[in-house]
Ligand binder design. Structure first.
Ligand code: ZN
Length: 92
């Protein structure tokens, strides 16, 4: 899902509030931008029932990409955490 500019601004505000002293672990610069897309990584967890049969329970792990403007180092933050705290990312 492509992130609109208003969402990206909210993400940057959330990041500044939650990680006020965040510097890039690679180059030590404090200059970040938000990726253009809300990314989703499918996760699959096998679950065994009491009868012994195994089924797969899949979900989507949503992350927001934060990119160092100096060196390109990338961090990922849990979009669910952002949504819970400030309703940045709408539920879908
Ligand atoms: Zn960097």
């Amino acid at each position: 899902m492509k992130l609109q500019e208003d969402k990206k601004q909210k993400i940057r505000g959330w990041l500044a509030a939650m990680t006020p002293e965040l510097t890039c672990p690679a180059c030590r610069v404090d200059d970040w931008s938000t990726g253009d897309y809300l990314l989703g990584t499918p996760t699959i967890s096998p679950i065994m029932s009491i009868h012994g049969d195994v089924r797969n329970d899949s979900a989507l792990f949503r992350v927001v990409q934060i990119i160092c403007n100096n060196c390109g180092y990338v961090m990922y933050f849990d979009a669910t955490k952002m949504r819970e705290e400030q309703r940045i990312i709408d539920a879908d």
